[in-house]
Design a protein around this ligand. Structure first.
Ligand SMILES: Nc1nc2c(c(=O)[nH]1)N[C@H]1C(S)=C(S)[C@@H](COP(=O)(O)O)O[C@H]1N2
Ligand SMILES: [Mo]
Length: 253
């Protein structure tokens, strides 16, 4: 090797060493930044059960999907033969055994402070709508199932709740107030959303929400509240059981 070649090789080696050192420095800086970011996130205040910056992300999702969503969004309808005969039961919050179903009335809180108390027979006397759709639980399972009830939008018309339907949200809770949901008005007024009293053309089983539950095919299972006791209208977001535990408030498909 000539002296010149030797010098050149020495120089490249130096360069390699320098680059390696720089790479390591950058690696450790990123590691430190990542760790600091993580620490920062975890010291952020909670907002409805998740750290504020994450809640901000969820809110952005909601704004974007909420604006894409319109009444035209329709969940796919299936033929009756596709509907499950034995329908999965999931979730029993607010479904205690001491429920007095004989004296049940749907309580509807009106804007003027009045409360409607509506019996199952009165609800069954309204026009019936059937939906057969793929019911999706956020836990990962789905099942085609067949439900019947009155369209929420028909119910609103029959009971003169148009003023109330001008508000932003509907809130619903079980008679014991243990399970509760809040749903945007547009999804509530969608044509497949029903106050449901039938499954496979029979009364609802007790553990699936007898006498009345919500079936809302454009939302995940968590929003399909079983055993509705009280229904009300509101401009601010009503409290929502699973949103308080970190799930997306909108929970749309
Ligand atoms: N009152 C009440 N309604 C509820 C729940 C619950 O725990 N309590 N669970 C929800 C969830 S997570 C799902 S997936 C569906 C399941 O409905 P199913 O039991 O008819 O399958 O009900 C929803 N409605
Ligand atoms: Mo679910």
């Amino acid at each position: 090797m000539s002296k010149k070649e030797f010098k050149k090789e020495l120089a490249t080696e130096k360069q390699i060493r320098r680059r390696t050192a720089i790479s390591f420095l950058i690696f450790f800086l990123l590691l430190a930044a990542g760790y600091a970011g993580w620490r920062w996130l975890y010291t952020q205040p909670d907002s409805d059960g998740v750290q504020k910056p994450l809640r901000y992300g969820l809110q952005k999702d909601e704004e974007i999907f909420g604006s894409i969503f319109s009444k035209k969004t329709i969940a796919k309808n299936y033929p009756k033969e596709k509907a499950a005969k034995s329908v999965r039961v999931n979730g029993n919050i607010g479904m205690s055994n001491d429920f007095d179903y004989k004296n049940w009335r749907l309580k509807v809180l009106k804007k003027n402070g009045d409360t409607l108390r509506i019996s199952l027979d009165e609800i069954r006397a309204l026009p019936k709508t059937e939906v057969i759709f793929d019911f999706k639980c956020i836990e990962g399972w789905s099942q085609v199932s067949h439900w019947g009830g009155v369209r929420f939008s028909d119910f609103v018309k029959k009971y003169g709740l148009d003023k109330e339907a001008g508000m932003n949200y509907v809130g619903m809770q079980t008679p014991d107030k243990q399970y509760y949901v809040g749903i945007d008005m547009e999804s509530m007024m969608q044509s497949q959303t029903i106050l449901c009293y039938e499954m496979n053309s029979n009364f609802l089983p007790l553990n699936q929400g007898f006498p009345l539950r919500l079936i809302i095919p454009v939302k995940y299972g968590i929003k399909n509240i079983k055993r509705i006791g009280t229904l009300y209208f509101s401009n601010p977001k009503p409290p929502d059981y699973w949103a308080e535990r970190g799930y997306d408030y909108y929970s749309g498909l």
